[in-house]
Design a protein around this ligand. Sequence first.
Ligand code: ZN
Length: 319
Amino acid sequence: MTLDQVQPRIYRISSILGLRRFAQWLVVGDERLLLVDSGVAGTIEEHVLPALAEIGRTPGDITDVVVSHADVDHYGGNAALRRAVPGPRICAHELDRPLIESWAAISRERYGWYRGYGLDYDEATWAWLENAAGPDTALDGTVAAGEAIDLGGISVEVLHLPGHSPGHLGVLHRDSGTAIVIDAVLERGLYTTDDEIISPPPYSSVPAYRQTVERLRALRPERLGTSHYAPVEGRSAVDTFLDASASFVDDLDACLRAELGPEPKPLEAYWRAADAGVGPFREMRVELARSVGAHLELAVDEGLAVRGECGGLPVWSAI
Ligand SMILES: [Zn+2]
């Protein structure tokens, strides 16, 4: 674990998860202490509590936890947090909350989404996801866009940044221009610690994801606080990161439009073409199919494609 003070009162807790970078964020006020994300099962004990000790704080000082979104590597520490800390208020956006609270719900709706299209994670990935999610843990409530969290000496604002997930949240500290965005924008994919792209950027809505990129541009932050990337520090690094996030969406859209023809094809066919066109990706490859599905849905909404069914699976063709 490495603890970096990114700005006065704002800290990044960095570690490695598999082949990737991994981080949770702390905002330390005089009266309250906010943790953004609880990581996977084990992150609280191995990284967050030692980080607190390093700044001379105790687990009991955590008063607020914002879970950025429904993915196991962002909420899997919730059960441990409940055990270690007497009374923090753990919150998420109302759209992601049901999935964060229930492995049955997230394994059906988020991670099991692919099954409706004839695709799936392999068994080892399923086992990893379930373990990383930790035991089901009820949240204390929800937080909404625009809500201010006054921690005493520092105040942050909650951002709703949908696209990667419908209820993805971020935290903005306006005074320092620090936007803690976690997975709300994902560049051209996720990288290894050696800066090699290995997995795709999944999003469930193209318009929402595009709007989130533009929303962040308009805020003109000085830095982005992510979970899986090297520090994005300074206006020009922020612009480069957001440009790459937007260009990935444009490239995938162009790739799929070229692939749409008169012959109806299942998601798998578009996914393979997309992996060749904007990848290839080595890890979590199936997650590209989520973004591909979102682009096909957009093509239908825009009157460019039609969705049908063949052999029990959805298929798409050009109109
Ligand atoms: Zn995520």
